[in-house]
Design a binder for this molecule. Structure first.
Ligand code: 9UX
Length: 108
């Protein structure tokens, strides 16, 4: 539930000022240890690019998430996380208002 609250708090902060950030141009793999996992999410309900930025930010607040990238155009999110610290369920819970579902998973 705390993840949802962080998402909510983010939207309160971000509002709908709609400044689509250019993003980081790809999910940077900062840890190449091989102990990290990767999931791709299908995310429904985003209505503007700022939504994607907000969800991406919220995902990054989750403990154990190493990196996240969400694209509005594709309706997809990519998350790299430490499976010893966080699970798919908690990650999905963090974006629950947007009906995220895992469409791919793997190792980094
Ligand atoms: Mo502004 Mo996108 O609230 O849902 S971030 S339209």
């Amino acid at each position: 539930m705390k993840t949802w609250i962080s998402l909510l708090a983010l939207f309160i902060v971000t509002g709908c000022v709609g400044q689509p950030s250019p993003g980081e141009g790809g999910v940077e793999k900062t840890h190449e240890s091989g102990d990290l996992a990767f999931i791709e999410l299908k995310i429904q309900g985003m209505t503007c690019p700022s939504c994607a930025t907000g969800i991406e930010f919220a995902l990054k607040q989750i403990n154990g998430v190493v990196d996240a990238e969400v694209t509005y155009e594709e309706g997809r999110g990519k998350v790299i996380y430490d499976p010893s610290a966080v699970g798919e369920e908690e990650i999905i819970e963090g974006v629950k208002p947007f009906k995220a579902e895992v469409v791919a998973r793997g190792k980094t």
